[in-house]
Design a protein around this ligand. Structure first.
Ligand SMILES: O=C(O)[C@H](O)[C@@H](O)[C@H](O)[C@H](O)COP(=O)(O)O
Length: 266
């Protein structure tokens, strides 16, 4: 378990947050492209796609470092609901509406990895999870020795109960050690059937960033960063497993009165 502390960044507004999320994501992109030929990222649903779109669709300053090279991106979903891809509850649809459909043609198109739409109506989402894991393996497991996929960046939300991805407090999926992708059949938050990256995959990523905004997050962030009260919450487990690879992008209302071990400046 990592002992280093996560980084906290707090901004006066969501616009200011998005402005700083952009260089953070592009630094991860540029580092990834200096190591291999693609940028491997996973994203959640919730408010994240909107903030991400605001960050990435802003005008570039013209430098190569400040340019999203979308043609080299592989975008996966940190979690997804077992619904058709055009359903209102689909995280794929959300990302498409907010970001993918708005990327200017000259920036290129990312390779997007949605769930297999042929299996969204299965009674049990396990097949959906298995197929998604196979999709990950095609990109990440070129060698048999690969135990876990190493994402260049995973972008997460944090629910008011401390959940992240579709990993909910006290749930047995938090103990999953082997699978890369797990099925959830009875999510406490609707819709009930989902798939999710597992905790070992999240904490193995080279960079993990939470985006949490609004006064509604204050109580749960207090719990997550209070080691006693919230130490077993899923988002706190990401902090503990990821250490200083984890960053929190927040706004001032979300962290009002929260004492963080380490406040950063970008
Ligand atoms: O699948 C889900 O139920 C959502 O994607 C969920 O996990 C979301 O990421 C958090 O609840 C944070 O949501 P906000 O960013 O909207 O606060």
């Amino acid at each position: 378990m990592a002992t280093a502390q996560p980084n906290l960044f707090s901004f006066p507004s969501t616009d200011a947050l998005a402005e700083q999320l952009r260089p953070y994501v592009l630094r991860a992109q540029n580092a990834a492209l200096s190591r291999h030929d693609s940028f491997r990222i996973a994203v959640s649903g919730g408010s994240l796609p909107t903030v991400l779109a605001r960050a990435l669709l802003a005008p570039s300053n013209g430098s190569p470092e400040d340019t999203p090279q979308f043609a080299k991106w592989h975008i996966f979903f940190a979690d997804e609901r077992a619904v058709p891809l055009d359903h209102d509850d689909s995280n794929y649809r959300l990302l498409k509406d907010e970001l993918l459909s708005k990327i200017p043609a000259e920036l290129g198109a990312p390779v997007v990895h949605p769930i297999d739409a042929d299996h969204v109506n299965d009674d049990d989402p396990q097949e959906l999870a298995d197929l998604y894991q196979e999709d990950l393996m095609r990109l990440f497991a070129a060698k048999d020795s690969v135990k876990l996929p190493i994402f260049d960046l995973i972008l997460l939300g944090c629910g008011p109960d401390g959940h992240t991805c579709s990993l909910f407090p006290g749930h047995e999926l938090l103990r999953e050690k082997d699978s890369w992708v797990a099925a959830e059949t009875n999510s406490p938050k609707p819709p009930p059937k989902r798939i999710t990256l597992t905790l070992p995959v999240v904490t193995s990523a080279l960079n993990v960033a939470f985006v949490a905004t609004g006064a509604g997050k204050k109580d749960i962030l207090k719990a997550i960063f209070d080691h006693e009260e919230g130490r077993d919450l899923p988002s706190a487990l990401v902090n503990q497993g990821g250490g200083d690879k984890v960053s929190w992008f927040t706004d001032h209302p979300a962290v009002d009165g929260v004492s963080f071990p380490r406040r950063g400046s970008l």
